[in-house]
Design a protein. Structure first.
Ligand code: 5GP
Ligand code: ZN
Length: 137
């Protein structure tokens, strides 16, 4: 898809703090992190949402999701992992390219997740966290 931000990130036409990639998937840090370690898993091919993504691809994606969750947990010494995925504008999906959110959680992080406004993160900090997660793979 020509004007899709995530297609461009997958094709390296836009920069991102990349955590992992293979033939089918790419993982990179969210540019407006809800909390430390917030990252996104996407298929490299463009599919808008859960309604249109092929089942075979989704099967492979969930295996990478499990590996990523373990890598973040190990790399960041997290206590838990919040994973979510929005489909359609009504559900709050801002980027119409299927993606899964990962947010490590700690017992005492006092984070309240609800509706939020995007707030730009500090890129040096985000890049440093990407390196921490990579160690867990
Ligand atoms: P959605 O609401 O569609 O589930 O989430 C889209 C996510 O993509 C948001 O958390 C937003 O911060 C993130 N995002 C939007 N544009 C960019 C970008 O250019 N680079 C990165 N790394 N993340 C982005
Ligand atoms: Zn796309």
């Amino acid at each position: 898809m020509e004007d899709c931000i995530f297609c461009k990130i997958a094709a390296q036409q836009l920069p991102s703090a990349k955590v992992y990639e293979d033939e089918q998937f790419s993982v990179f840090m969210d540019i407006n992190p809800v909390g430390k370690g917030h990252c996104l898993l996407i298929p490299k091919t463009h599919h808008e949402d859960v309604f249109t993504i092929p089942e075979d691809l989704l099967r492979d994606l969930i295996v990478v999701a499990k590996r990523l969750a373990k890598a973040i947990k190990t790399g960041m010494n997290a206590d838990g992992m919040y994973i979510w995925q929005a489909n359609g504008r009504a559900a709050g999906q801002l980027i119409p390219h299927y993606h899964m959110h990962f947010l490590p959680r700690w017992e005492d992080d006092k984070l309240t997740i609800g509706s939020w406004e995007p707030v730009a993160g500090n890129m040096d900090e985000i890049q440093a966290v990407a390196e921490e997660i990579k160690k867990g793979f």
